[in-house]
Design a protein around this ligand. Structure first.
Ligand code: ADP
Ligand code: ASP
Ligand code: MG
Length: 402
């Protein structure tokens, strides 16, 4: 068998954890399997590096940030290969250049385009464990890129897909995928199985346990994922196309505190305004989420939308510069907001799910700022201070608690 094993930051946070992960890899290797290990940076390394960068230059270019961040994964990969070596297992570490993991050009949120398998196959044939840096790649300019926060999951799934691995295990610091973030909702329940679609919506809505692109890719290439703890042997959660268990109305609740709301006030109520506004953002590769447009009044209207909090300042600056072009009277930004989502395939055939969610929020006196829905998801924007409470009351209202 060929097994891809990915270990997150906490799971390789110190010497002891690195050896713990190394031993788990050694077991599979000794059983005769080919093992590819994908690693994140140790502990909070990525955050520390970002803090250092901010301290030196808060407006540092994304290129230089990627140059810096790739160091984190390179450290853990090299140390892991050394740990395996000291256990008597032949191992080699490879970074994004060496594999190579080719990506799109954009820094900070690149997408994987092509992965060279030759080197990895060659090393596996020589009976080595191959340790690959997660999160990083190389673009057409020969520069390092990164895949966005949490992107090591995507590296692992992509490798599992191109190498036709038999299994892809994502080792993390919780026992699997829960009905809500177990750090916020104490009664959250571990799921034995979840579908790609539900997991994708949960991950996109803020359930950071998996990078959303990793789920997208797993679905596309039919890679079955297992999310499990690096610290115990419990079986974890299987992410796959179809699940056997009877569908609950809602399978999970997710919270994204990193949202910001931008409001563009008093734009002309005429064709082409929304196009001009969102085209500006698209050109800068800025992702827009919930969009709300007010009904026109006296020839003007307002357009509000949410973006990633980290992009909010750039967006405001861009819109202020183009105020005349988009006919805006003013631009406002609110950063202390959070997106709360309920996700479940069961809601397709059950009307009244949104109403039930709104009732739960109303009972807790939580105000809703914006609403958006998809086939299997309802998302509301609330004040950040209400986010965790909102998550708990919705979790309770849909009977997800243990
Ligand atoms: P890693 O470094 O292993 O990639 P992450 O911090 O990226 O770990 O992801 C694991 C964390 O995701 C957990 O510690 C947990 O707090 C959070 N999380 C958010 N939503 C969920 C959920 N629905 N199920 C499990 N964990 C969740
Ligand atoms: N080290 C990166 C991050 O902290 C990538 C990852 O952990 O998946 O976001
Ligand atoms: Mg992660």
């Amino acid at each position: 068998m060929l097994i891809v094993k990915k270990f997150g930051g906490t799971s390789v946070g110190d010497k002891e954890r690195i050896f713990n992960a190394a031993k788990r890899c050694m077991e599979d290797y000794k059983n005769g399997h080919d093992v590819v290990v994908v690693l994140s940076a140790m502990g909070k390394t990525t955050d520390v590096l970002l803090e250092q960068a901010r301290d030196i230059n808060p407006k540092a270019s994304k290129r230089e940030l990627d140059m810096l961040l790739t160091v984190g994964e390179q450290t853990s990969a090299a140390l892991m290969a050394m740990a395996l070596g000291s256990l008597g297992v032949p191992a080699i570490s490879l970074n994004g250049f060496q594999v190579p993991m080719q990506t799109t050009a954009v820094y900070g949120s690149a997408r994987l385009r092509r992965i060279g398998c030759e080197r990895i196959r060659h090393e596996l044939e020589a009976r080595k464990i191959v340790v690959v840096t997660g999160f990083q790649g190389v673009n057409k300019y020969g520069d390092y890129t990164t895949l966005g926060r949490g992107g090591s999951d995507t590296t692992a799934v992509a490798l599992a897909a191109v190498l036709h691995a038999d299994t892809c295990e994502i080792f993390t610091d919780v026992d699997g995928v829960y009905t809500a973030d177990p750090r916020i909702v104490k009664t959250a329940r571990k799921l034995d199985e979840i579908t790609y679609d539900e997991m994708l919506d949960l991950a996109t809505a803020g359930a950071g346990v998996l990078h959303n692109r990793s789920v997208e890719m797993a679905k596309k290439y039919g890679v079955q994922l297992v999310v499990r703890s690096s610290l115990n042997d419990s079986p974890g959660t299987v992410v796959k196309e179809e699940v056997n268990v009877e569908r609950m109305l809602i399978s999970g609740v997710a919270l994204d505190k990193k949202a910001a709301r931008i409001s563009v006030l008093g734009v002309k109520d005429e064709p082409g305004i929304a196009f001009r506004l969102f085209h500006l953002l698209a050109k800068r590769q800025i992702n827009v989420d919930i969009i709300l447009q007010s009904i026109g009044r006296e020839g003007t209207k307002d357009i509000s939308f949410t973006v990633d909090e980290e992009e909010a300042d750039t967006v405001v600056e861009l819109l202020e510069k183009n105020k005349e072009n988009i006919t805006a009277q003013s631009v406002q930004c609110k950063k202390d907001v959070a997106k709360l989502s309920i996700v479940g395939a069961g809601m397709m055939s059950n009307p009244g799910v949104a109403a039930k969610m709104f009732e739960a929020l109303y009972s807790a006196r939580i105000n809703i700022n914006m609403i958006s829905t998809s086939e299997i998801r309802v998302t509301v924007l609330v004040d950040e201070k209400d986010g965790e409470k909102a998550m708990n009351v919705c979790h309770e209202a849909f009977g997800l608690a243990e």
